[in-house]
Design a binder for this molecule. Sequence first.
Ligand SMILES: [Zn+2]
Length: 177
Amino acid sequence: MNRLPKYCSQCRGVLLFQNYEGRQRPICSECGRVVYLNPVPSVAAILTKDGSVLLVKRNIEPGLGRWGLPGGFIEAGESPKDAAIREVFEETGLHCQPLEVLDACSVLKGYYGDLIVLCYTAEIIDGTLSAGDDADTVEFFEFENLPRLAFRNHVQFLEKFIGRKIIPASYAKTDSK
Ligand SMILES: [Zn+2]
């Protein structure tokens, strides 16, 4: 998926990449507007229960049919914490309280272009486990018995969380970002 804009949102003129302020940036050929491209902010969450971690089996691309941490894009007007709470509830049916940011990473040139992913640790408050948006199945997995994960950054978040390499490298081999 190519997220680069082709047309000016102000005047619909064609955008052309030109050097401006030390970088190639899209500039409108009609009105001269400079378009600044930024990574899209998103969140992921690590929720655990009895030493197992909650994963969702994705029913959409990227990572269709594979497992990942619950999460998604931060909406306009929403804090990262609120996005984590909302995404976890939408995908898993659980209400959670984000505790702290475990890590942050960039995904470059991925399915949705460039992303910033904030990974929260979160505590489950209540709710009934049920697969919702973007998820086929939701399930807790022991760290010693994780399925193949869709995204390399989720592998890295989980490894940081438990402080050791737990997943064979082959799990991340077909990373689709
Ligand atoms: Zn324009």
